[in-house]
Design a binder for this molecule. Structure first.
Ligand code: MN
Length: 484
């Protein structure tokens, strides 16, 4: 890497989305990081600074603000060099120092076990993230580059880091709506966790997509032809699916790749919400939609802010094609998630409702997690709450609650309301009495029975999976001196 060229490249990219910013701090952070890591090398043998530059470049790709990019360049300075927090604050200001401090690991010497160190580091990082979301964005960029250079580490480390990536970092990226980053992390991790399966599936998918690509191209061109006369601005994009998500689906459905129903799809991107529906109308006029396939995630966005219209149509050749319609803004949100919203916040006069909603969710969740003192319990709840496989459970009034797979009526009760959870004495699922450790299935209608004055039991801790329920139960038992 030529540092002068690299710096020029970064400056140009930042200038493109932030034309009025004073870029002197970036130049300074660049030089400072080069100097601070001067005598260090990565496991690859490269100069350590290459890693810092790569992290900053990811943050530039998310189009984040200058302090975040500077913090990306400096993110390992406190952990790996003699530079202190005060020195960093004196040179770059408190904002950058806070960001770097947020991603810096605790001193490992103070922990008895690796589990404890891992739990406490996550706890610290999430607390810092609740104060400033940019911290997790830097951490994710850091993890992405570490995953890309994992081949230089020994087998045991590779596996440990890859597993932590799929169980914690990728789901967190998913929760923050950062799908592109999430799939990148998962596919890299997949390669190290199941090398043989990864190689086999990659070959299979490559072979299969050769045929599919042709079908998809045919559809794309007939779609473009049909839309040629419309004045509605649009572009058509092909869609690819990550290997890890296909593999997960094979595992869940216990089926080989060829039997996995994995629809071919294209995306149609336009300027406004009204035009999404207008294009949908055109698409449905030209191609026969599959009954029941239409889902409107524009009027009802997913929890992670995802918005699009989904429909499946029959191509003239008889292939089923899934089409996602969305605005440019929705497209950016789908790719970059919370990072896209953070970007809009810059210079915006009014607070971004999406971002605030997301941050509230994060803060509340972190609060429940903080209550779980034991490292094992903390890490388990963290993983469970981030689990991507979720079940959708209905209240008797028809309201839907989203829970991690394996959740029980107790988890459901606490999700509806803390008081209902606390006074729970029984549950009916689809009108039948069930035990409190029953595993809820998607579509279940769950009705909680409560009794005034009833209180949580100690064994409930064995029957819940969510951090919220666990933290509320534990809090009560602790107050009563039943557990410590
Ligand atoms: Mn790093």
């Amino acid at each position: 890497m030529n540092p002068t060229e690299k710096l020029a490249e970064m400056l140009e990219k930042v200038r493109a989305y932030s034309p009025h910013a004073d870029l002197a701090p970036l130049e300074k952070a660049f030089a400072y990081s080069v100097k601070a890591h001067e005598n260090q090398a990565r496991a690859s043998g490269e100069h350590y600074f290459v890693h810092c530059a790569a992290v900053a470049e990811s943050l530039i790709e998310f189009k984040l603000d200058l302090p975040t990019v500077c913090a990306g360049l400096l993110h390992d300075v406190l952990e790996d060099t003699p530079v202190t927090r005060d020195q960093l604050a004196a040179e770059f200001g408190n904002e950058v120092a806070l960001l770097v401090e947020g991603v810096t690991k605790l001193d490992t010497l103070q922990f008895v076990s690796r589990d404890e160190a891992q739990a406490e580091n996550w706890r610290k990082m999430l607390l810092a993230t609740a104060q400033d979301i940019r911290i997790i964005l830097i951490k994710l960029a850091d993890r992405l580059h570490n995953m890309k250079t994992l081949n230089f580490l020994d087998r045991e480390k590779q596996e440990r880091i890859a597993r932590e990536t799929v169980s914690l970092y990728a789901p967190l990226a998913h929760r923050l709506g950062m799908f592109r980053l999430k799939s990148e992390l998962e596919d890299l991790a997949f390669m190290y966790i199941h090398p043989a399966e990864h190689a086999a599936l990659e070959a299979e998918v490559r072979e299969m997509t050769a045929g599919r690509d042709a079908a998809l191209e045919r559809f794309k061109s007939s779609l473009e032809k049909k839309l040629a006369d419309t004045h509605i601005p649009h572009r058509v994009l092909a869609r690819s699916k990550s290997l890890w998500s296909i593999y997960q689906k094979m595992q869940r459905q216990k089926k080989p790749f060829v039997e996995i129903q994995d629809g071919m799809g294209v995306r149609l991107i336009t300027d406004t919400v009204a035009n999404c529906y207008a294009l949908l109308g055109l698409v449905h006029t030209e191609f026969k939609p599959v009954a029941g396939s239409f889902t409107d995630y524009i009027s009802v966005p997913k929890l992670n802010l995802y918005q699009s219209l989904h429909t499946t149509v029959m191509s003239p050749q008889g292939d089923l094609i899934e089409i996602q319609l969305r605005t440019e803004e929705m497209h950016r949100t789908a790719e970059f998630g919370i990072a896209a919203h953070w970007r809009y916040k810059l210079g915006a006069a009014t607070p971004d409702a999406h971002l605030e909603e997301k941050l509230n969710w994060l803060r509340q969740w972190i609060e429940w997690l903080q209550d779980l003192k034991s490292p094992r319990e903390f890490l388990e709840s963290l993983k469970t709450d981030l689990e991507l496989h979720q079940v959708f459970i209905f209240t008797p009034a028809g309201e839907v609650k989203v829970l991690p797979a394996g959740a029980t009526p107790l988890d459901f009760a606490f999700t509806v309301h803390t008081e209902i959870g606390m006074a729970c004495v029984g549950a009916r699922v689809n009108s039948k009495m069930v035990k409190l450790d029953y595993q809820l299935q998607s579509g279940d209608i769950c009705e909680i029975q409560t009794k005034k004055g009833s209180v949580p039991k100690k064994d409930w801790l064995n029957h819940v999976r969510t951090a919220r329920a666990r933290s509320k139960i534990r809090q009560y038992l602790r107050e009563k001196g039943i557990v410590t």
